[in-house]
Design a protein around this ligand. Sequence first.
Ligand code: NAD
Length: 503
Amino acid sequence: MTALRDHLDRNLIGGKLVGSSSSSTFETVNPATEEVLGVAADGVPADMDTAIGAARRAFDENTTNWTTDAAFRARCLRQLRDAMQSHSDELRELTIAEVGAPRFLTTLAQLDSPVEDLGYAADLAESYDGWLIDLGAATPAGVPSHRWVLREPAGVVGAITPWNFPHQINLAKVGPALAAGCTVVLKPAPDTPWAAAALAHLAATETEIPTGVLNVVNSSDHSLGAMLAADPRVDLVSFTGSTATGRKVMASAAETLKRVFLELGGKSAFIILDDADVASAAALAAFTACTHAGQGCAITTRLVVPRHLHDEVVEATAATMAALGAGDPSDPGTICGPVISARQRDRIESYLRLAVEEGGTFATGGGRPPGRDRGFFIEPTLITGLDNGARVAQEEIFGPVLTVICHDGDDDAVRIANDSPYGLSGAVHSADPTRAWSVARRIRTGTMSINGGVWYGGDVPFGGYKASGIGREMGITGFEEYLETKAVATPPGPEFQPAQENA
Ligand code: NAD
């Protein structure tokens, strides 16, 4: 078995692992060391055009029964899962090196969990009971009729993904879209091309996924994403990334009126109620904000605390954040690794300067960790002294930065949590689960954790309210994003029963 990393300079287009048609490549860099790891194919518009054409043909011609044979699709998805699992040691090291993902997280959402969830997608393709629903007889407009509702694959999916959890987000789109019977063109983020190149290589060499069904086009050129969103041959665009880019994707897709599915940014609140166990809540808030250097859209980045408990919470949270520090992601004990690039580090540092300009102070952190002259590191930082109107409390920073905001009771905590353009996630801590539940119900977000409960999983729908997105990824809801709905009526009568296609 040759090393995967020797094969990561290829795109997957029309069933072939190919370099860019311009022969160009671009570098992928280790954010913890700034070393160049190697190169990826630098796809150009002609490559994207060929990939979309291949996906369209695979869907329309359906010579392999891909769109109609759920058992075949499930088998292919299990093959992909098995292939990724059999290469998990190498994929783990590549993920740590390319993404800067802390090692502990690769056993969870950075690698092992989304790979395992390909099995969930495969099971769903086979067990889904909504492919054909019999609505029975009726007499609409005086015409005796029998009505059925069919669910069908939506068509060609353009999947556009970011760099922060590349395996998770690539697979959370590719898995359900393929399970549903769609064909896919994946356009990954230029900061982490190898995660997608590994997926492409394994899909091409270790699965029966037919020619054109899965295409992967790495490129340093963001405009290939816009091209995918605008192309009339694409039926649905599934995007994860920043809210600003999400707006552009929606605009690009508008001309051809395709379906748009958006997973965007967040600024979620971690609420501590006045009866909560402060020590454990503060420790969890600190841990969450530091995880993967805060580069998670659903990470809670506003710590909303009872005013009279402010000092106690700040002291405990700051102590945990300082103890966690920022370190080498390959170390199993590291929670907070580097941020992805110098550009992201600069952006975070501009927010740290802004916090000071807005009147905030740092209870811990506030800059680069001393003694690290290589790598894109930021110290875990706790900002105090601001209210929820501050820009650092309203805007997504995407670094290990947590802002403390005081509340004056449950209603005020709910008001503050909801006073955000975003609505992706949140957390609430209370000694009284009923009280915590009632607060959780009033927060307008797609996910909520109560007293440390973890909502993440392949069977759990994930997504946002408000500027955090449109639609849900994962779970049955996420699978159904990739389906179209068709109603069919026939004259009533026992002589006709449709075949259970796809089931
Ligand atoms: P980004 O928006 O800059 O880029 C995301 C992807 O869009 C990349 O593949 C990029 O090449 C592509 N792209 C850029 N311009 C485009 C355009 N005009 N049209 C089409 N595609 C285009 O995001 P990022 O910096 O890679 O990732 C960080 C952001 O992603 C954060 O805001 C974070 O909150 C968000 N995010 C959201 C979720 C979620 O599920 N809600 C998950 C992870 C990350």
